[in-house]
Design a protein around this ligand. Sequence first.
Ligand SMILES: Cc1cc2nc3c(=O)[nH]c(=O)nc-3n(C[C@H](O)[C@H](O)[C@H](O)COP(=O)(O)OP(=O)(O)OC[C@H]3O[C@@H](n4cnc5c(N)ncnc54)[C@H](O)[C@@H]3O)c2cc1C
Length: 462
Amino acid sequence: MNSKTSDPTVPLAPHERLRGWGGMSAPGREIRSEDLRAVTEGAVLSRGLGRSYGDASLPPPGVTEVVGTSLADRMLAFDPATGVLRAEAGLSLAALARAFLPQGWFTPVSTGTWFVTLGGMVASDVHGKNHHVAGTIGRHLRSLVVRLPSGEIVTCSRDQHPELFFACQGGMGLFGHILEVELALEKIPSPWVWQESYQCPDLDSLLDTLEASASWPMTACWIDTLATGGSFGRGLAMRGRWAERREAPPRMPAPGLSPTVPFDAPSWTLNDLSMKAFNFVWYHKQLREAAIGPVTPHAWFTPLDAVKHWSRAYGKRGFTQHQAVIPREAGRDKVRGFLEILSRRGGTGFLCVVKDCGPQGEGLLSFPRPGTSVALDLPVNDGIQDLIDELNRYVIDVGGRIYLTKDGYTRREHFEAMEAERLPAFHAARDRWDPERRLRSAMSVRLFGDPVGPATTTGAGR
Ligand SMILES: Cc1cc2nc3c(=O)[nH]c(=O)nc-3n(C[C@H](O)[C@H](O)[C@H](O)COP(=O)(O)OP(=O)(O)OC[C@H]3O[C@@H](n4cnc5c(N)ncnc54)[C@H](O)[C@@H]3O)c2cc1C
């Protein structure tokens, strides 16, 4: 039962490093077990499938072991009358989809990859293409079982320890190790999605289409960041809803062979020309101005999962994602201004995804708030820190905020400026649940000034 895959008494070999999805890494290894209760005792951090882009799931300097939850992936109970699923925190969304889509159920909030765990989804309080109507995953949680920094194991919910329940949502693993998650699934008419996708020749038509689609349950846009002049901001605006049975094709296609990027691409493969070619093909991938009809849930939710290890296309230095929300009240011009920073600096990336965000979640640092979310994939190069700084100064000026689970480069002073209103409550909650800062990550050292090295009893480093 207790199948630890690594012996913590064995010193770390030089090659043993843990990685974030974008390639940021730190010396360390995962201690994995089917028994999360046993393995989280005294641990500094839990991580799921490492799909956070930067340093959120990396250990703080001086700590070499974190818990990897992916072996603890059992579904413990499901009530077909209410749709409530109780599962271990290491259950992946891919496994959940495999088990429940054919039965007419799915998670009410899906991320753009299914290689994430329930624990990771809660810790980032994730949102999907339906945020404007469904909110974050936190809205659909019933309860969590959590190992506190003190070692105690408690159940929390809206009625039991509600402060802890909300702190864990978007708490980036700093309030406790999530052991079990109870989540209300959504009943769906078929596993297919009815999609309408429109080519929009410029930014205004793209944002108009997004606004006009607000009554649709799921929306998102992809922008060609390399188009300039009259085509600036051109892209595809997509809206979708679960397809009714009568609209759904009779059979799901069998999964094909996934192409894979076998090793880190050489740095010269990623240049303006290859990016332009990619963006051109993506924009024209639908040959008509509008493509309407049923698509598979993979095509709708997780098109990137089709290529294994796609992040390797960015080469050895990797990439990062900057995702910010520009508040609705700042106005559309501020979205344009944000994208103009990128085109002025010649920033290139494969992906720029724009989403509509609804009301803020209940997590203390939950990311979305009413406005437009812009996510930019950016290759890491010598100018990356300058670019992130400039984007962040802009976000501060317009009253927006960034998404921690995508971040690896934001400076502490910038984060404090963005989150001046919410940070005092976040720090107060940590003082209450973890005054000695036993739970930490590389991110919490960078952004919250947490102490480095093994857990101590000397108190916080703030
Ligand atoms: C291609 C791609 C598309 C994405 N699309 C979206 C999207 O549409 N919407 C969105 O919101 N996010 C999106 N993400 C981000 C992703 O959903 C989050 O980073 C998520 O947290 C990753 O889950 P994970 O299990 O890999 O967690 P990890 O990356 O391993 O960890 C993320 C954080 O969660 C904490 N954590 C993990 N497990 C536990 C646990 N059991 N207990 C306590 N803390 C824990 C870690 O300490 C860390 O702080 C995307 C990421 C990728 C790579």
